[in-house]
Design a protein around this ligand. Structure first.
Ligand SMILES: Cc1cc2nc3c(=O)[nH]c(=O)nc-3n(C[C@H](O)[C@H](O)[C@H](O)COP(=O)(O)O)c2cc1C
Length: 181
């Protein structure tokens, strides 16, 4: 079935080229509001989002990517980079103990928040790309994260300067299973 949400979900693309055009404050606020309403482990909301607009800061963050990363230029070409950080030992933890086999559910919750960012942005005509391949510890230092927090991803955001075609997807029949694997 097709509806507005499915249209937004399917037409969102990773955008790595941006127009030299600022993001309206109300649009940025809406994107951050989409994070606020994301689901999270026991509603722990372990996310912290740093909005980087300062060029010198963007250049320092860019330097944490390998030059061959396809998103390297986007780190300075976008008017803003959202640095997606998380508090450790909150998601997936109860009474100071790890609750499941996973050491932390921070990656999961920040993944959901990142999808919220991408979809909300796209619905407003903005483009994003999730950047995961970089030196996270280096980025921690650039944004001045306190101990107990980690940078997980960075998301350049702005008005798209191109309209890439969709990379091929696996068919639903290829990954969906009935009752057992
Ligand atoms: C966790 C994660 C990390 C990613 N890291 C990078 C990255 O470091 N550099 C980059 O150019 N794209 C990165 N991407 C974007 C993917 O390459 C992209 O989502 C995928 O090719 C599908 O394309 P689409 O987003 O246009 O549908 C990342 C995506 C995710 C979800």
């Amino acid at each position: 079935m097709e509806n507005e949400l499915m249209r937004v979900l399917k037409t969102r693309r990773s955008i790595r080229r941006f127009k030299d055009q600022p993001i309206e404050a109300d649009k940025l606020a809406t994107v951050l509001d989409a994070v606020r309403w994301s689901p999270s482990w026991a509603n722990t909301q372990c996310w912290e989002i740093i909005v980087v607009t300062d060029m010198a800061q963007k250049e320092k963050l860019q330097a944490t990517l390998a030059p061959k990363n396809p998103a390297t230029k986007a780190m300075v070409g976008a008017p803003a980079v959202l640095v997606v950080c998380g508090k450790e030992h909150a998601a997936g933890w109860y009474d100071g103990k790890q609750a499941t086999r996973f050491p932390d559910w921070l990656m999961f919750d920040l993944g959901i928040a990142s999808q919220s960012i991408g979809l909300a942005a796209h619905s407003l005509g903005l483009g994003t790309v999730i950047v995961g391949l970089f030196d996270q510890a280096g980025a921690d230092a650039v944004v001045g994260l306190p101990a107990g927090y980690q940078v997980v991803a960075m998301i350049p955001i702005g008005y798209p300067d191109n309209d890439p075609s969709a990379p091929k997807r696996r068919e639903v029949s290829d990954f969906s299973h009935q009752n057992t694997f």
